[in-house]
Ligand binder design. Sequence first.
Ligand code: C2E
Ligand code: MG
Ligand code: MG
Ligand code: MG
Length: 288
Amino acid sequence: AAKQSGRGVLRFYDEHMSLELNDAYLLEKELVVALDQRQFVLHYQPIYDASANQLVQFEALIRWNHPDKGNVPPIDFIPIAEESHLICLIGEYVIDESLKLIASLTEQDIDIVPISINVSGRHLMASGFIEYMEDKLKFYGINGRFVKVEVTEGVFLHDTELCADVMRRLKHLGIEISVDDFGTGYSSLYYLKSLPIDTLKIDKSFVKECHDLAEGHTICESIIRLAQGLALEVIAEGVETNEQAETLIEWGCNKHQGYYYCHPVDEEKAVSILKELVEPRKNKAAKI
Ligand code: C2E
Ligand code: MG
Ligand code: MG
Ligand code: MG
């Protein structure tokens, strides 16, 4: 069926689309319940300094333990949550859980590394974001240097002044800022000099090709040179093979995250990694 929607624009509604809209609506209702019943869990993926053989960070990655559907990956609900204020509530949940873990580790005298949290642009720019972060740091008694925030490039396009202000306030709390999926968004390089960014995370689609495809090689190497030239940290995500790891190290990119080293793990395993301070290569060697 087609519907006239003013100025001669035809809008087509087909079954597929109404199904999608309906799905999104149901999903939103389920997300509200999920928040209320605390059905989300965080997994943590280690980030290693491959040249120093050292764990340097964790990235917190959300999972939804759905009562019927089981483990729902973020790609299946984060984009829908981002359509509304729900993403802010989910973001607060993730901040709270991550900081709670840092506090509990500190209490147990376990050596910790910073935890990097993915923050949606909508949440970053929402009023109250900084206040929430600040309150939680105080509540748990955590130094901001144990927290990092990952944002994607899209956020820089919106209100650059506001964005810069929020970022400066994060930095004031001691929280470093990473650009996630670097190179895949629609944005200019201008913000790299105008915003207080600390780290570029090379998107895994480039890392995947860095060893065996000319384009991937050029893009990865260029991002690494760019980061070095601007004195930014650079992290390669999605490192899956020894060849990729060696190539990146050759170019001077030593911070690696990916299945080659370790998949995201549950909290219990993350704690045991910290307790043992597992070194990636040694750990691999020990397994063989
Ligand atoms: P991201 O922030 O870029 O996270 C990296 C994703 O790559 C994770 O997927 C991780 O499991 C996956 N990954 C890690 N190593 C490898 C590898 O070697 N190969 C491949 N193919 N993949 C690898 P995940 O956990 O499914 O998360 C997907 C995306 O969902 C994240 O991408 C992020 O954009 C979003 N996300 C996850 N957790 C949160 C959260 O707490 N809040 C928000 N706003 N977004 C989140
Ligand atoms: Mg991320
Ligand atoms: Mg990424
Ligand atoms: Mg992403």
